[in-house]
Design a protein around this ligand. Structure first.
Ligand code: FAD
Length: 338
Protein backbone atom coordinates (compact mmCIF):
# COMPACT_ATOMS: atom_id res chain seq x y z
CA UNK A 1 0.00 0.00 0.00
CA UNK A 2 2.97 2.36 0.58
CA UNK A 3 3.08 5.17 3.10
CA UNK A 4 -0.09 7.26 3.06
CA UNK A 5 -0.16 10.94 3.98
CA UNK A 6 -2.75 12.73 6.19
CA UNK A 7 -4.42 9.41 6.85
CA UNK A 8 -7.73 9.43 8.72
CA UNK A 9 -7.71 7.20 11.82
CA UNK A 10 -11.46 7.54 12.40
CA UNK A 11 -12.03 3.88 11.48
CA UNK A 12 -8.79 2.78 13.13
CA UNK A 13 -9.58 3.67 16.76
CA UNK A 14 -12.57 2.16 18.54
CA UNK A 15 -13.42 5.47 20.21
CA UNK A 16 -14.14 6.64 16.66
CA UNK A 17 -12.28 9.92 17.19
CA UNK A 18 -11.85 11.95 14.03
CA UNK A 19 -8.08 12.34 13.92
CA UNK A 20 -5.38 11.92 11.32
CA UNK A 21 -1.83 10.60 11.14
CA UNK A 22 0.76 12.58 9.17
CA UNK A 23 2.06 9.28 7.73
CA UNK A 24 0.52 5.81 7.95
CA UNK A 25 1.40 2.39 6.61
CA UNK A 26 0.06 -1.10 7.16
CA UNK A 27 2.71 -3.63 6.18
CA UNK A 28 3.38 -7.33 6.47
CA UNK A 29 6.91 -7.18 5.11
CA UNK A 30 9.82 -6.96 7.52
CA UNK A 31 12.04 -5.66 4.70
CA UNK A 32 9.57 -2.94 3.81
CA UNK A 33 9.27 -1.84 7.46
CA UNK A 34 13.05 -1.82 7.95
CA UNK A 35 13.39 0.12 4.70
CA UNK A 36 10.95 2.80 5.85
CA UNK A 37 12.50 3.07 9.30
CA UNK A 38 15.94 3.64 7.79
CA UNK A 39 14.85 6.43 5.41
CA UNK A 40 15.96 9.92 6.48
CA UNK A 41 12.48 11.27 5.70
CA UNK A 42 10.91 9.09 8.40
CA UNK A 43 13.83 8.86 10.85
CA UNK A 44 13.10 12.36 12.07
CA UNK A 45 9.39 11.67 12.56
CA UNK A 46 7.76 10.49 15.78
CA UNK A 47 6.84 6.83 15.47
CA UNK A 48 3.91 4.86 16.84
CA UNK A 49 3.01 1.20 16.34
CA UNK A 50 -0.68 0.39 16.45
CA UNK A 51 -2.83 -2.72 16.22
CA UNK A 52 -6.61 -2.52 16.08
CA UNK A 53 -6.78 0.78 17.99
CA UNK A 54 -9.07 -0.75 20.62
CA UNK A 55 -6.99 0.48 23.53
CA UNK A 56 -5.86 3.88 22.31
CA UNK A 57 -6.80 7.44 23.13
CA UNK A 58 -5.18 9.82 20.66
CA UNK A 59 -4.82 13.31 22.11
CA UNK A 60 -5.22 14.99 18.77
CA UNK A 61 -3.74 14.38 15.33
CA UNK A 62 -0.57 12.28 15.29
CA UNK A 63 2.26 14.34 13.79
CA UNK A 64 4.48 11.45 12.82
CA UNK A 65 4.55 7.98 11.28
CA UNK A 66 2.17 5.20 12.35
CA UNK A 67 2.98 1.61 11.40
CA UNK A 68 0.30 -1.05 11.67
CA UNK A 69 1.86 -4.51 11.41
CA UNK A 70 -0.16 -6.65 9.01
CA UNK A 71 1.47 -10.08 9.47
CA UNK A 72 -1.33 -12.65 9.13
CA UNK A 73 0.49 -16.02 9.02
CA UNK A 74 -0.28 -18.78 11.55
CA UNK A 75 1.77 -21.97 11.77
CA UNK A 76 2.83 -24.71 14.17
CA UNK A 77 6.47 -24.48 15.26
CA UNK A 78 6.50 -27.51 17.56
CA UNK A 79 4.05 -30.28 18.25
CA UNK A 80 4.42 -32.62 21.23
CA UNK A 81 1.98 -35.14 22.75
CA UNK A 82 0.77 -32.60 25.33
CA UNK A 83 1.42 -29.17 23.87
CA UNK A 84 1.46 -27.29 20.63
CA UNK A 85 3.64 -24.24 19.98
CA UNK A 86 1.90 -22.04 17.48
CA UNK A 87 3.25 -18.86 15.93
CA UNK A 88 0.80 -16.17 14.92
CA UNK A 89 1.29 -12.94 12.97
CA UNK A 90 0.79 -9.70 14.91
CA UNK A 91 -1.89 -8.50 12.49
CA UNK A 92 -4.27 -11.43 13.04
CA UNK A 93 -7.42 -10.37 14.86
CA UNK A 94 -7.20 -11.70 18.41
CA UNK A 95 -10.60 -13.40 18.45
CA UNK A 96 -9.98 -15.04 15.07
CA UNK A 97 -6.88 -16.61 16.63
CA UNK A 98 -8.81 -17.76 19.72
CA UNK A 99 -11.42 -19.39 17.49
CA UNK A 100 -8.67 -21.05 15.39
CA UNK A 101 -7.19 -22.63 18.56
CA UNK A 102 -10.53 -23.64 20.08
CA UNK A 103 -11.50 -25.30 16.78
CA UNK A 104 -8.38 -27.44 17.04
CA UNK A 105 -8.88 -28.36 20.69
CA UNK A 106 -5.93 -26.33 21.98
CA UNK A 107 -6.61 -24.82 25.39
CA UNK A 108 -5.27 -21.83 27.29
CA UNK A 109 -6.80 -18.72 25.72
CA UNK A 110 -10.50 -19.67 25.51
CA UNK A 111 -11.34 -17.39 28.47
CA UNK A 112 -9.96 -14.49 26.43
CA UNK A 113 -12.62 -14.96 23.74
CA UNK A 114 -14.13 -11.89 22.12
CA UNK A 115 -11.52 -9.39 23.32
CA UNK A 116 -11.09 -6.87 20.50
CA UNK A 117 -7.71 -6.08 18.96
CA UNK A 118 -4.81 -7.91 17.38
CA UNK A 119 -2.49 -10.73 18.40
CA UNK A 120 0.50 -8.32 18.31
CA UNK A 121 -0.96 -6.17 21.07
CA UNK A 122 -1.84 -9.07 23.37
CA UNK A 123 1.55 -9.31 25.14
CA UNK A 124 1.92 -5.52 25.36
CA UNK A 125 -1.09 -5.15 27.60
CA UNK A 126 -1.01 -8.72 28.95
CA UNK A 127 -4.69 -8.93 28.08
CA UNK A 128 -6.84 -10.66 30.64
CA UNK A 129 -10.41 -11.71 31.34
CA UNK A 130 -12.32 -14.24 33.43
CA UNK A 131 -9.36 -15.21 35.60
CA UNK A 132 -6.93 -15.77 32.70
CA UNK A 133 -4.08 -13.62 31.48
CA UNK A 134 -2.39 -14.13 28.13
CA UNK A 135 1.04 -14.33 29.81
CA UNK A 136 0.12 -17.90 30.85
CA UNK A 137 0.12 -18.98 27.19
CA UNK A 138 2.83 -16.85 25.60
CA UNK A 139 6.18 -18.53 24.92
CA UNK A 140 8.02 -16.11 22.66
CA UNK A 141 7.66 -12.77 20.92
CA UNK A 142 9.47 -11.83 17.68
CA UNK A 143 9.98 -8.13 17.13
CA UNK A 144 11.85 -5.51 15.19
CA UNK A 145 14.13 -3.50 17.45
CA UNK A 146 13.28 -0.03 16.22
CA UNK A 147 16.50 1.58 17.52
CA UNK A 148 18.87 -1.05 16.16
CA UNK A 149 16.78 -1.88 13.09
CA UNK A 150 17.25 -5.59 13.63
CA UNK A 151 14.98 -8.60 14.26
CA UNK A 152 15.00 -10.06 17.77
CA UNK A 153 13.10 -12.55 19.95
CA UNK A 154 12.29 -12.44 23.63
CA UNK A 155 11.04 -15.31 25.81
CA UNK A 156 8.12 -14.93 28.17
CA UNK A 157 10.29 -15.08 31.33
CA UNK A 158 11.95 -11.86 30.17
CA UNK A 159 8.70 -10.01 29.51
CA UNK A 160 8.10 -8.89 33.15
CA UNK A 161 4.37 -9.42 32.86
CA UNK A 162 2.10 -7.74 35.38
CA UNK A 163 -1.52 -6.64 35.58
CA UNK A 164 -2.08 -5.07 32.11
CA UNK A 165 1.65 -4.55 32.01
CA UNK A 166 4.80 -5.92 30.37
CA UNK A 167 8.33 -5.01 29.35
CA UNK A 168 6.85 -3.56 26.13
CA UNK A 169 5.26 -0.76 28.18
CA UNK A 170 8.40 -0.18 30.26
CA UNK A 171 12.05 -0.99 29.36
CA UNK A 172 11.21 -1.67 25.69
CA UNK A 173 8.58 1.07 25.36
CA UNK A 174 8.75 2.68 21.93
CA UNK A 175 11.46 0.24 20.82
CA UNK A 176 9.51 -2.74 19.55
CA UNK A 177 7.41 -3.56 16.57
CA UNK A 178 6.04 -7.01 17.35
CA UNK A 179 5.79 -9.15 14.21
CA UNK A 180 4.80 -12.55 15.67
CA UNK A 181 3.78 -14.13 18.96
CA UNK A 182 4.36 -17.82 19.76
CA UNK A 183 1.86 -19.45 22.11
CA UNK A 184 2.20 -22.69 24.06
CA UNK A 185 -1.24 -24.28 24.20
CA UNK A 186 -2.39 -27.48 25.84
CA UNK A 187 -3.88 -30.47 24.05
CA UNK A 188 -5.44 -31.45 27.40
CA UNK A 189 -6.98 -28.19 28.52
CA UNK A 190 -7.45 -27.41 32.19
CA UNK A 191 -10.47 -25.18 32.45
CA UNK A 192 -10.25 -21.98 34.49
CA UNK A 193 -13.74 -21.52 35.86
CA UNK A 194 -13.18 -19.10 38.70
CA UNK A 195 -15.95 -16.67 37.73
CA UNK A 196 -19.39 -17.20 39.17
CA UNK A 197 -21.33 -15.98 36.12
CA UNK A 198 -19.39 -18.37 33.85
CA UNK A 199 -19.95 -21.35 36.16
CA UNK A 200 -23.66 -20.69 36.56
CA UNK A 201 -24.19 -20.37 32.79
CA UNK A 202 -22.29 -23.64 32.24
CA UNK A 203 -24.55 -25.35 34.79
CA UNK A 204 -27.63 -23.91 33.04
CA UNK A 205 -26.50 -25.34 29.70
CA UNK A 206 -26.15 -28.84 31.12
CA UNK A 207 -23.65 -29.83 28.40
CA UNK A 208 -20.27 -31.53 28.61
CA UNK A 209 -17.54 -29.05 29.46
CA UNK A 210 -15.54 -28.17 26.33
CA UNK A 211 -13.46 -25.34 24.91
CA UNK A 212 -16.37 -24.55 22.59
CA UNK A 213 -18.78 -24.27 25.50
CA UNK A 214 -16.50 -21.96 27.52
CA UNK A 215 -15.85 -19.79 24.47
CA UNK A 216 -19.53 -19.64 23.62
CA UNK A 217 -20.58 -18.68 27.15
CA UNK A 218 -17.90 -16.04 27.60
CA UNK A 219 -18.67 -14.55 24.18
CA UNK A 220 -22.37 -14.33 25.05
CA UNK A 221 -21.69 -12.74 28.45
CA UNK A 222 -19.37 -10.18 26.89
CA UNK A 223 -21.81 -9.33 24.09
CA UNK A 224 -24.52 -8.65 26.67
CA UNK A 225 -22.30 -6.73 29.07
CA UNK A 226 -20.05 -4.53 26.95
CA UNK A 227 -20.96 -2.00 24.27
CA UNK A 228 -19.98 -2.98 20.73
CA UNK A 229 -17.45 -0.42 19.42
CA UNK A 230 -19.04 -0.62 15.98
CA UNK A 231 -22.21 0.81 17.54
CA UNK A 232 -20.81 3.11 20.20
CA UNK A 233 -17.21 4.25 20.61
CA UNK A 234 -15.31 2.81 23.58
CA UNK A 235 -12.05 1.15 24.59
CA UNK A 236 -13.46 -1.38 27.06
CA UNK A 237 -12.22 -0.66 30.60
CA UNK A 238 -10.94 2.88 30.61
CA UNK A 239 -9.27 2.60 34.03
CA UNK A 240 -7.31 -0.19 35.74
CA UNK A 241 -8.60 -1.63 38.99
CA UNK A 242 -6.47 0.08 41.66
CA UNK A 243 -4.33 -2.03 43.98
CA UNK A 244 -4.41 -0.66 47.53
CA UNK A 245 -3.33 -1.65 51.01
CA UNK A 246 -5.91 -4.18 52.26
CA UNK A 247 -6.47 -2.02 55.38
CA UNK A 248 -7.68 0.79 53.14
CA UNK A 249 -10.04 -1.56 51.29
CA UNK A 250 -11.40 -2.85 54.61
CA UNK A 251 -11.94 0.71 55.88
CA UNK A 252 -13.94 1.56 52.75
CA UNK A 253 -15.92 -1.67 53.06
CA UNK A 254 -16.84 -0.91 56.70
CA UNK A 255 -18.58 2.26 55.51
CA UNK A 256 -19.79 0.75 52.22
CA UNK A 257 -20.77 -2.90 52.73
CA UNK A 258 -21.54 -3.35 49.01
CA UNK A 259 -17.81 -3.23 48.17
CA UNK A 260 -16.37 -6.58 47.07
CA UNK A 261 -12.60 -6.54 46.64
CA UNK A 262 -10.02 -9.18 45.74
CA UNK A 263 -7.38 -10.00 48.34
CA UNK A 264 -4.03 -10.45 46.59
CA UNK A 265 -2.61 -12.18 49.69
CA UNK A 266 0.42 -9.88 49.95
CA UNK A 267 -1.16 -7.23 52.15
CA UNK A 268 -2.70 -5.60 49.08
CA UNK A 269 -6.09 -5.86 47.43
CA UNK A 270 -7.55 -5.07 44.03
CA UNK A 271 -10.57 -2.79 44.28
CA UNK A 272 -13.00 -2.72 41.33
CA UNK A 273 -12.66 0.70 39.68
CA UNK A 274 -16.20 0.21 38.32
CA UNK A 275 -17.56 0.16 41.88
CA UNK A 276 -15.63 3.31 42.84
CA UNK A 277 -16.88 5.16 39.74
CA UNK A 278 -20.43 3.95 40.24
CA UNK A 279 -20.40 5.13 43.87
CA UNK A 280 -19.34 8.58 42.64
CA UNK A 281 -22.54 8.70 40.57
CA UNK A 282 -21.10 8.49 37.04
CA UNK A 283 -22.76 5.33 35.76
CA UNK A 284 -24.98 6.12 32.79
CA UNK A 285 -24.24 9.86 32.72
CA UNK A 286 -23.74 11.81 29.50
CA UNK A 287 -21.86 15.08 29.11
CA UNK A 288 -21.92 16.48 25.58
CA UNK A 289 -20.80 13.72 23.23
CA UNK A 290 -19.22 11.47 25.86
CA UNK A 291 -20.48 9.50 28.82
CA UNK A 292 -20.25 6.44 31.02
CA UNK A 293 -21.96 3.25 29.92
CA UNK A 294 -25.27 2.55 31.64
CA UNK A 295 -24.39 -1.04 32.56
CA UNK A 296 -20.65 -0.78 33.11
CA UNK A 297 -19.19 2.19 34.97
CA UNK A 298 -15.64 1.34 33.85
CA UNK A 299 -16.48 1.94 30.21
CA UNK A 300 -16.39 5.51 28.94
CA UNK A 301 -18.37 5.93 25.74
CA UNK A 302 -17.86 8.33 22.85
CA UNK A 303 -20.98 9.25 20.89
CA UNK A 304 -20.91 10.52 17.33
CA UNK A 305 -18.93 13.76 17.11
CA UNK A 306 -17.02 13.21 20.37
CA UNK A 307 -13.63 14.90 20.61
CA UNK A 308 -10.53 13.71 22.44
CA UNK A 309 -10.80 16.79 24.67
CA UNK A 310 -14.25 15.66 25.85
CA UNK A 311 -12.98 12.14 26.61
CA UNK A 312 -9.99 13.50 28.54
CA UNK A 313 -12.13 16.02 30.46
CA UNK A 314 -14.61 13.36 31.57
CA UNK A 315 -11.87 10.90 32.54
CA UNK A 316 -10.14 13.57 34.63
CA UNK A 317 -13.40 14.49 36.32
CA UNK A 318 -13.99 10.84 37.24
CA UNK A 319 -10.43 10.45 38.51
CA UNK A 320 -10.73 13.58 40.70
CA UNK A 321 -14.08 12.48 42.05
CA UNK A 322 -12.79 9.02 43.07
CA UNK A 323 -9.74 10.63 44.68
CA UNK A 324 -11.88 13.10 46.66
CA UNK A 325 -14.35 10.52 47.88
CA UNK A 326 -12.10 7.48 48.54
CA UNK A 327 -8.55 8.93 48.45
CA UNK A 328 -7.65 6.34 45.78
CA UNK A 329 -5.85 7.15 42.53
CA UNK A 330 -7.26 5.37 39.51
CA UNK A 331 -4.98 5.15 36.47
CA UNK A 332 -5.98 4.71 32.83
CA UNK A 333 -5.84 1.24 31.31
CA UNK A 334 -6.11 2.84 27.89
CA UNK A 335 -2.85 3.85 26.17
CA UNK A 336 -2.75 7.60 25.75
CA UNK A 337 -1.01 8.75 22.57
CA UNK A 338 0.12 12.40 22.61
C1 FAD B 1 -15.30 -3.54 24.05
C2 FAD B 1 -13.88 -3.77 24.53
C3 FAD B 1 -13.63 -4.76 25.46
C4 FAD B 1 -12.32 -4.99 25.92
N1 FAD B 1 -12.12 -5.98 26.83
C5 FAD B 1 -10.86 -6.25 27.27
C6 FAD B 1 -10.62 -7.30 28.21
O1 FAD B 1 -11.53 -8.01 28.63
N2 FAD B 1 -9.35 -7.52 28.62
C7 FAD B 1 -8.31 -6.77 28.15
O2 FAD B 1 -7.16 -7.04 28.57
N3 FAD B 1 -8.50 -5.76 27.25
C8 FAD B 1 -9.74 -5.49 26.80
N4 FAD B 1 -9.95 -4.46 25.91
C9 FAD B 1 -8.82 -3.65 25.47
C10 FAD B 1 -8.19 -4.09 24.13
O3 FAD B 1 -9.05 -4.94 23.43
C11 FAD B 1 -6.84 -4.82 24.35
O4 FAD B 1 -5.94 -4.01 25.07
C12 FAD B 1 -6.19 -5.22 23.02
O5 FAD B 1 -5.07 -6.02 23.26
C13 FAD B 1 -5.73 -4.01 22.19
O6 FAD B 1 -5.36 -4.54 20.92
P1 FAD B 1 -5.17 -3.59 19.67
O7 FAD B 1 -4.63 -4.42 18.57
O8 FAD B 1 -6.42 -2.86 19.40
O9 FAD B 1 -4.02 -2.62 20.19
P2 FAD B 1 -3.93 -1.03 20.09
O10 FAD B 1 -5.06 -0.43 20.86
O11 FAD B 1 -3.79 -0.60 18.68
O12 FAD B 1 -2.56 -0.77 20.87
C14 FAD B 1 -2.46 -1.05 22.24
C15 FAD B 1 -0.98 -0.96 22.65
O13 FAD B 1 -0.25 -2.00 22.05
C16 FAD B 1 0.79 -1.49 21.23
N5 FAD B 1 0.89 -2.37 20.06
C17 FAD B 1 -0.15 -2.85 19.32
N6 FAD B 1 0.31 -3.68 18.37
C18 FAD B 1 1.66 -3.72 18.51
C19 FAD B 1 2.71 -4.39 17.83
N7 FAD B 1 2.45 -5.23 16.81
N8 FAD B 1 3.98 -4.19 18.23
C20 FAD B 1 4.25 -3.38 19.26
N9 FAD B 1 3.31 -2.71 19.96
C21 FAD B 1 2.03 -2.88 19.58
C22 FAD B 1 0.39 -0.07 20.90
O14 FAD B 1 1.55 0.73 20.62
C23 FAD B 1 -0.30 0.35 22.18
O15 FAD B 1 0.65 0.71 23.15
C24 FAD B 1 -11.24 -4.21 25.43
C25 FAD B 1 -11.50 -3.21 24.47
C26 FAD B 1 -12.80 -2.99 24.01
C27 FAD B 1 -13.06 -1.92 22.98
Amino acid sequence: MGVKKSFSLKNYNTLGLDITAKYFIESSSIDEILGILSQDQYKKERLFIMGGGSNLLFKGDFHGLIIKPGFKDIYIVDDSPNYVYIKCGAGVEWDVFVEYCVDRGWGGIENLSYIPGTVGASPVQNIGAYGTEVKESIALVDYIDIEELSCKSITSEMMNFGYRDSIFKNNLKGRTLITHVTFKLSKFPKFNLSYHDVISKIEDKNENLSLYLVRDIITTIRKNKLPDPSEIGNVGSFFKNPIVDTKIALDIQRENPSLRFFDLENGYSKVPAAWLIDQCGFKGIREGNVGVHKNQALVLVAYSGATWQEVVALSQKIKRSVKNRFNIDIEPEVNIVE
